[in-house]
Design a protein around this ligand. Structure first.
Ligand code: NAP
Length: 293
């Protein structure tokens, strides 16, 4: 069994980022990322903090914009308009989820597609569907694909079953994996909460991806002997034996499936490490594209 850890693969992405950054800086360009946080959700705050820290660590310009949960739709759109017009900013990320009174789709559509480093604008999702490499692919799915590539796991002709159909993860990953590029050319099945007899479908997977949001949902009866398992889930569960009384687990019951797998990603320390790395890579690419490099 091979454990596919995120950290070394993320480090490879950061090395590429630093090379690109050196070239950009030499040519007088500094990539800038703006992250917009609305409200006080502790998990969202932690994610925004990590993105800001990673930008500074690598030497990107980082702008953190924090707004009260009571912000109106019009005020939030004004924030996006200002960032769209700001030449020091090459990437804009609005941390999700937004408070319920806000129209998330309208906010995403307002972001300049050339600065949409989260890859969720309809133009970028359309490019993803069209195998057009000039767009930005969402960070978590790109991270999953990169992990497969770097681990030497062939995807062409393989049956990939993805459980979860969110745009942020499942649906976008399906587009990437059925695409004609590197790490693609798979035969893809997407399952969701209305799928009947899920285990009979997931057991057909050569590569099984769990992006569900239910702690340890995927058990031994879901996994074929010799399958590769990618666990996207990040769930905090109570654990009285842990220091803070809780710990992170994935959507896969790691202990139950590990002996059946050819390879598996851990949680924490798996896909989660890749999301920020791909965000940095997309921001640097956005800067290169604007600079014509
Ligand atoms: P989401 O928007 O809630 O989507 C969950 C998907 O799982 C939906 O398509 C849902 O089906 C499906 N689902 C729910 N219950 C199911 C069931 N019983 N059987 C089969 N499918 C079921 O969540 P998400 O944003 O995609 O995130 C998924 C997980 O990944 C979460 O744990 C999240 O924390 C994690 N995540 C991790 C990263 C990272 O950086 N590693 C990034 C993003 C998300 P329906 O569509 O029918 O409701």
């Amino acid at each position: 069994m091979k454990l596919i850890e995120g950290a070394p693969i993320a480090e490879a992405v950061y090395r590429e980022c630093l090379e690109s950054l050196t070239e950009l800086k030499a040519a007088g360009h500094l990539p800038g990322l703006a992250v917009v946080l609305v409200g006080e959700d502790p998990a969202s705050k932690a994610y925004v903090g990590s993105k800001d820290r990673k930008c500074r660590e690598l030497g990107l310009f980082s702008m953190k914009i924090e707004k009260a949960a009571t912000i109106s739709q019009a005020e939030l759109l004004d924030v996006i308009d200002e960032l769209n017009a700001d030449d020091s900013i090459h990437g804009i990320l609005v941390q999700m989820p937004l408070p319920k009174h806000l129209d998330t789709d309208e906010v995403i559509r307002r972001i300049d597609p050339a600065k949409d480093v989260d890859g969720l604008h309809p133009l970028n999702l359309g490019k993803l569907a069209m195998d057009d490499p000039t767009g930005f692919a969402p960070c978590t799915p790109s991270g999953c694909q990169r992990m497969l590539i770097e681990s030497g796991i062939e995807t062409a002709g393989k049956h990939v079953v993805i459980v979860g159909r969110s745009l942020l993860v499942g649906k976008s990953l399906a587009l990437l994996m059925m695409g004609k590029g590197r790490g693609g050319n798979a035969t893809v099945t997407v399952a969701h909460s209305r799928t009947k007899d899920l285990p009979s479908i997931t057991r057909q997977a050569d590569i099984l991806v769990a992006a569900i949001g239910i702690p340890r949902f995927i058990g031994a009866d879901h996994v074929k002997e010799g399958a590769v398992v990618i666990d996207v889930g990040i769930n905090r569960i109570d654990d009285p034996t842990a220091k803070n009384g809780n710990r992170l687990v994935g959507d896969v019951d790691f202990e139950a499936v590990v002996d059946r797998c050819e390879a598996i990603t851990p949680v924490p320390g798996g896909v989660g490490k890749m999301t920020i790395a791909m965000l940095m890579a997309n921001t640097i690419r956005a800067c290169r594209l604007r600079a014509g490099m």
